[in-house]
Each structure stands twice: as structure tokens, then as C-alpha cells.
Design a binder for this molecule. Structure first.
Ligand code: GSH
Length: 212
């Protein structure tokens, strides 16, 4: 299996996470941000992630990829998902991009390995989210808006090993978002969120992204 991905992409991390937790080999192909041709040649459009299965078929939906990988080997996601976690995923996602998007191009990530690729990302995201320097200057108030949602998550986490006590789709929803949020310098996860994040990242074997 081959995953076309960006290192900073949380949807990509869903797939990387389940493959890692199941000890399955996933060939990771990091695409330069300005390399739309590779993606278009695979599936006819620019989209990330793309999973190319061993039979050559390409998948485009990250949760379908997770379901597909879950069919391999022993079942892993045996816990029950809770609707309040999916709601919280959306609530957290309303607040994190303004903090994370302007930070990713400051990191030495492989999708930004050339100046052209980095600038390609900045130009296209700036159109959606606004000026990156202005956004970073708003870090304190933006963190303050996010914190109540992380406090709610803190109150819902049942175990540092699994949000709902046993691994479920909710872990696939939440850990990648925390990995993204953790790039924000000055953002302090509440205690249970921090314990969950550290334990789960250790289990995946992936190092957290740098903080900036
Ligand atoms: N429902 C799809 C959504 C995929 C998606 O929205 N990908 C975004 C990035 S995370 C994308 O391809 N954006 C275009 C780009 O980054 O150029 C999934 O879960 O995989």
C-alpha cells in the first residue's frame, strides 16, 4: 500500500496512525505542495491523502482507508464511538486551522522542501485563512478560543490508551487533530489530553511535529 501525503496533513495521519498501530507496512510518499501533477495523474484531481492499494486501486476518503486497513489482521478499533466526540472533532476543527496553518511552513517539512513548494502552500492557504503573520500575532486570543473545547475533550477522555476505554474511530478522529494542535507554541493541553496525546503518539511510534 502506498499513501500519497503531506507530513502536516491530519487526514493523512489518520491512515498512518492505524497502519502503525496494526504494525502494517505503509509506503509513505510525501508530495511537494506544488506537485499537483502527481495527484492528478493518479486520480484526476488534486487531493490528499490518496491510498493506492496493492491491486492498484486508489482510495480518496481517509475514513474509507482506515476501514480498509482495519479489515487487515486482528481487529483494532473494537470500542464504540460516541457522537459527542465526533461533535467535538468538528468544534476543535473550527478553531485549530487559524493556529496551525500559518505555522506549518515554518517547519522543515518534506512537502516544503523547495522554496516554490513552500510559497505555493502559503499563497493558496493565505487566500482562505488570511495573512500568516497577522494570524500568528493573534496566537493568544486564538488559543483562548480553542481551550474550552480542549477542556471538554479532557472531561470526555476515559483512558490515556483510548478515548472511549477501547480504541475506536474516535481515536482516529482526535489524535491527528491533537498532533496538529501540538505544533502551537504556548498551547498547553489539559492534563488528560496531554497524557492521552503522549501515550498514543508513543504507541504509534511517530514523533510529534516540532513546536513553533
Ligand atoms: N474527505 C476527504 C477529504 C480530503 C481533503 O479535503 N483533503 C484536503 C487536504 S487535507 C485536500 O486535498 N486539499 C487540497 C490541497 O491540500 O491541495 C478525506 O477525508 O480524505
Amino acid at each position: 500500500m502506498k499513501l500519497y501525503m503531506f507530513e502536516h496533513c491530519s487526514l493523512c495521519f489518520r491512515v498512518r496512525m492505524i497502519a502503525a498501530l496494526k504494525n502494517l507496512h505503509l509506503q509513505e510518499v510525501v508530495v511537494l505542495d506544488d506537485d499537483s501533477e502527481t495527484l492528478v495523474s493518479l486520480v484526476g484531481k488534486r487531493v490528499i491523502p490518496i491510498l493506492v492499494k496493492n491491486d492498484g486501486e486508489a482510495m480518496l476518503e481517509s475514513m474509507d482507508m482506515v476501514d480498509y486497513i482495519e479489515t487487515m489482521g486482528d481487529p483494532l478499533l473494537t470500542g464504540q464511538a460516541r457522537p459527542e466526540i465526533a461533535e467535538l472533532e468538528s468544534a476543535i476543527l473550527e478553531k485549530t486551522p487559524l493556529l496551525t496553518m500559518p505555522r506549518y511552513p515554518l517547519l522543515e517539512l518534506p512537502e516544503f522542501a523547495t522554496v516554490a513548494a513552500r510559497d505555493h502552500y502559503i499563497v493558496r492557504k493565505r487566500k482562505v485563512y488570511g495573512d500568516f503573520i497577522e494570524l500568528r500575532a493573534r496566537t493568544r486570543p486564538l488559543i483562548a478560543e480553542l481551550m474550552p473545547r480542549l477542556e471538554t475533550l479532557d472531561s470526555l477522555i476515559e483512558s490515556a490508551d483510548a478515548i472511549n476505554g477501547r480504541l475506536s474511530k474516535d481515536d482516529i478522529r482526535i489524535l491527528p487533530l491533537l498532533r496538529s494542535a501540538a505544533v502551537v507554541e504556548g498551547l498547553r493541553f489539559p492534563p488528560r489530553v496531554r497524557a492521552y496525546f503522549e501515550t498514543m503518539m508513543d504507541r504509534t511510534g511517530f514523533r510529534p511535529l516540532p513546536v513553533v
